[in-house]
Design a protein around this ligand. Structure first.
Ligand code: SAM
Ligand code: DTB
Ligand code: SF4
Length: 316
């Protein structure tokens, strides 16, 4: 099958069959699809900043920022625009091409949105692409952000609809899909993915990929996060996910969404260089770079630079 055919009608059985391929066959297939659409040695680099941290009213079981869990985070209200611009400049000078700003909100208030829109304008003026993740958006809010020049909005499905209720009770899967519709309708590119290692089984991973791949168009950016187990969250004691299963998920995502950037996201700190190399071989072609994700440590920047050198990868 040519990777040029973009499908939005994947059935669970077909996705499960990809997962079940011998590992070498799956990786060969994923890498072949990858090469039809991307330079295999280029990896897009984004940096993250938490512009509003902690005290989130939602109950996402994985998240240290929920007010319902007892995880230690350095809470702060919405940052000043100048502070954000300074952090963005630093990220750009460190080699990032996109700056992603995240806020621990269920959804933004309109008066906060004005300041965030100003952040977008100022960060764009530095020559960076912009991305926001602020929770649920109404249609008019998405339009306001589009007018400010926002390039991407991150809003994850996190897991399959079947497993979702085990992880979050304060907003529904449909709520998330509605926000994605609003973002898309406003002309903003979509960044949407999920988290692995939350105690889900392969069927749930298939369900997540089905929901992502059957969006039309596919999300332009698909973050695959490995759960960062934070003490004080309900998922602190989640079991280890087989790293080979993680690589298989990246590979299947690449085959299903041939033109999307598949992002090797949270969890790199706990991965070996060899595991990350396998993820790049499986078609991952973007990462988060910088000392911190939102509240937890990211892979060390010196280690990332050395890894790119060892693998002959170029950041873009
Ligand atoms: N509050 C907004 C929301 O939930 O849409 C934006 C910020 S929220 C922290 C962004 C995403 O980070 C979540 O959707 C989730 O996928 C990811 N995330 C949060 N905590 C995580 C963890 N401990 N490990 C892996 N990913 C995590
Ligand atoms: C995404 O999918 N992963 C990033 C980004 N989108 C916003 C966030 C990861 C957060 C990891 C936990 C933390 O640092 O708080
Ligand atoms: Fe709040 Fe987002 Fe964390 Fe959920 S993932 S608790 S919505 S900050």
């Amino acid at each position: 099958m040519s990777g040029a055919v973009l499908r939005h009608d994947w059935r669970d059985e077909e996705i499960a069959a990809l997962y079940e391929l011998p590992f070498n066959d799956l990786l060969f297939r994923a890498q072949s699809v990858h090469r039809e659409h991307f330079d295999p040695n280029r990896v897009q680099v984004s940096s993250l900043l938490s512009i509003k941290t902690g005290r989130c009213p939602e109950d996402c079981a994985y998240c240290p920022q929920s007010v319902r869990h007892e995880a230690p985070v350095e809470e702060h209200p919405l940052m000043d625009v100048e502070e954000v611009v300074a952090a963005a400049r630093k990220a750009r000078d460190g080699g990032a091409s996109r700056f992603c700003m995240g806020a621990a909100w269920r959804s933004p208030r309109d008066r906060d949105l004005e300041r965030v829109a100003e952040m977008v304008r100022r960060v764009k003026a530095l020559g960076l692409e912009t991305c926001l993740t602020l929770g649920m958006l109404r249609e008019d809010q998405a339009r306001r952000l589009a007018e400010a020049g926002l390039d991407y909005y991150n809003h994850n499905l996190d897991t399959s609809p079947e497993f979702y209720g085990e992880i979050i009770s304060t907003r529904t899967y449909e709520d998330r899909l509605r926000t994605l519709d609003h973002v898309r309708a406003a002309g903003i590119r979509v960044c949407c993915g999920g988290i692995l290692g939350m105690g889900e089984d392969r069927g749930h991973r298939v369900g997540l990929l089905r929901e992502l791949a059957n969006q039309d168009p596919h999300p332009e950016s698909v973050p695959i996060n490995l759960l960062v187990r934070v003490e004080g969250t309900p998922l602190a004691g989640a079991g280890d996910l087989d790293p080979i299963e993680f690589v298989r998920t990246v590979a299947v995502a690449r085959v299903l969404m041939p033109r999307s950037h598949v992002r090797l996201s949270a969890g790199r700190e706990s991965m070996s260089d060899e595991l990350q190399a396998l993820c790049f071989l499986a078609g991952a072609n973007s990462i988060f770079y910088g000392e911190k994700l939102l509240t937890t440590p990211n892979a060390d920047t010196q280690r990332d630079r050395a890894l790119f050198r060892r693998l002959g990868l170029t950041a873009c």
